[in-house]
Structures are given as structure tokens and as C-alpha cells.
Ligand binder design. Sequence first.
Ligand code: ARG
Length: 462
Amino acid sequence: QDVRLWGGRFADGPSEALARLSASVHFDWRLAPYDIAGSRAHARVLHTAGLLTADELARMLDGLDRLEADVADGTFTGTVADEDVHTALERGLLERLGLELGGKLRAGRSRNDQVATLFRMYLRDHARILGGLLADLQEALAGLARAHGDVAMPGRTHLQHAQPVLFAHHVLAHAQALSRDAERLRQWDERTAVSPYGSGALAGSSLGLDPEAVARELGFGRGSAANSIDGTAARDFVAEFAFITAMVGVDVSKLAEEIIIWNTKEFSFVTLHDAFSTGSSIMPQKKNPDIAELARGKSGRLIGNLTGLLATLKALPLAYNRDLQEDKEPVFDSCDQLEVLLPAFTGMVATLTVNRERMEELAPAGFSLATDVAEWLVKRGVPFRDAHEIAGECVKVCEAGGIELDQLTDEQFAKISPHLTPEVRAVLDVHGALAARDGRGGTAPSAVAVQLAEVTADLVRQ
Ligand code: ARG
């Protein structure tokens, strides 16, 4: 039996070469459960429109139930000859219900509105899965912040020592980025809650079907597509999803890079748990941060998926074009990659050991309290321009003598500037400097506690 949905006007079947090029069933099979859900909703509106009797509807729904069970346990699968998931499932239905009844379901729908709808449903489910995985990672970061709330570390700009910050402040900065990514997923979902079903091939249907009822049944809170041409041709929802997953990849890669650096002998800020690091086949002593490196590597792949997809969409005329079959693999891949990466990455973050002494020791190094000296002078009425010069002079004297700022004597301070009275020593203490930055968003323990509470509250809201 010829399974093609379009054999009528053709004298010959497709060439082997065309069939192989055209086939998408090997990657779009994952849409099968959504296709069957769509078919149920479609059968109901065919019935409402008087195109299926109550008895036919009941037998149709029963056939779809049986097909769904056979798909779920692998008894029924698509083949290359089926071309795509939609055609394969139609064959499955025809096999179960016979040509007479099975052949009625196709009225008023096209694979064009089907695939646009099912792809939305699939991605909306995966947006929720990714949101959960992001929340787990945020929770792991919040856990680090909670466990090491009082530890200072060197804060860096240009990767150079800049000013000391709380370790908790630093890891919560990563959590902030991830919480924006989670928000992007929620906002994307809200925009994507529109069903193209009923748009047909591009022009809508003449059969008096109710697309709003289909949208409701399939969980599209914003109803059906306002324009059937746009409904079948628009893929900005795919591009936006690919952007969000690429952004997650980039955000995770930044933390990954820091963990790789922190885990070096030279930094020794963190140690990875054995269960979340790997060994070397030749060097017995090695313990490698492979999870972080894979995170860094996969971010490139996620960016590639986005740029490839945008190139596919560029300059496509309306409405559906077969180019659009190329929209699925990159974004399925982005879901797959993040869904396998994030649990491992979160495990690595949740189990890493923080070398508090090492971070504390390096926090004031590299004259990172020079800004505090300048701001201390400003509070005593010295113009910042002069204060900056005076603090810079302190650094110069220290560098010449091979000492740190707090090792300058009272005499040396006084010689640099009469404004530098011994009281300046109060700000040459790392924790004093941290505590002073107590404005919103700052690195003082009190300000960081607020940030931790906000991240925690954000996790509860999700
Ligand atoms: N498999 C196609 C896709 O993923 C849907 C089928 C539409 N095919 C067609 N010839 N109109 O885009």
C-alpha cells in the first residue's frame, strides 16, 4: 500500500534518492505523541462540524489510543518510506481503522499547520524541563553562597586583582544571569502559546472547523493563530528558543571557564569531587575538569545551532517552504545537549570543595584595597582626583619595597600625604572594606544576604 499522502496526481512513485533526501522520520519521530494529541483534537472538531458521526469519532479516538500505545512501546514505528512522522502515523491509523474511517481524519488539516503546532508543543514542554534544570543549577549556586557566605576572594576585572568581593557575591552574579535565562524561557512560552492548527496548508479551511477548540485542547492559552499564512510559515519561535538555549550555554560557559581556572594548581580555589571529574589514561596523577570543559565546548555548538537556523530562515518567501524541515534538528540538538549537560554541571557545582583559606589569603593581594584608601580620603574631604594620586603613590612605595599596603608604616603614610593618618588602617582590612560596600547590589555581607534572599525567592516563584 502506497503510504504517500499525495500520490493521486503522480504516475510514478518517488525515486530512491528523493525518498532518502526527503525523509525526516528519523528525527521528527519524537513529535509522535504531540501528533497524536493533535489528531484527537482535530477529530473532535471534525465531529463538531458534522464531518464525523459520534460513532466514527469514538472509533477514531479508540484507534488513536491504540496507535499511541503501540508508539509508546515501540510496536509501531515510522520508516524511511513514510517520509515523516505525520505520514507514518496516518499509515498507523489506516492500518488500525481501515481506509474508510482512517481516511477521514486528514480533512481540513495539512502537515504544514500540524508540524508548526507540534513543534511548538514539543519546545514548550522542553522549555519547562530546561527551566527546572536551570533552577537546579541556581539552587546549587545559592547553596555555595549559603555555605561560604563570609569568605572573601579577589574580585577581578581584566582578570587582574581589582577589589576584594565576597565569594557568595561572585557566585550569585552567575545565578542572576541564569535567572534572566529562566525568565526568558517563561516569556518565550507566553509568546508561543498560540496554535497554528486550523491554518491548513496556508489559507485556512473551508470546512467550518473550530481552531480555538483545538488550541484549548492542546494547551495553547492564547488561542489559535490570527493569520493562517503566518501560522504555517513563522519560525521566529524556533529562532528565539535557539537563542535562549545558546544564551544558557554562554552563561554556563563563563562559570565553566572560571571553575577550570579556580581548579588549577596555581589558583587552588576549588577542588572538584571525584564523581564529577575525570582521570588521564597516561598520567596517573591527573584529575580533569571535563564537565566544565564540555560545557565550554557545547556552548559553541549551541551558538552554531542558532546561527545555522537563522541562515535557513533568512529570505524565505511566504508561506511554507520545505526548507523549514531543516528547523528541527538543530533545536532538538540544543535541547538534548543542555538536558545532558546541565545535570552533570549542577552536580559538579554542588559538590565542589571551596578552599576558603586560599581565597582569603589572596583577597587583599595585588593592592586590591587601594580604592578603599582613596575613598577613605574622599570621606575626609580630599577631592577624588588627589585621593587617587595619593593612593597610587602608596602602591608605588609598596611595589618598590616589596610589601603590601597594610605593611606601610605610619611614617611612610605621613610622608606620602599628611591626610594619611594612622586611622587609614581601618580600611586596609579586607572584611572592613567588604562591609563598607553595603549599598544595594554591593559586596557587604548584609547586601549579599539580600541578593541571596532574592535569588531564593525567584526560585520559589518558578
Ligand atoms: N516534514 C515537514 C516539515 O518538517 C512537514 C511536511 C510538510 N511537507 C510538505 N510537503 N508540505 O517541515
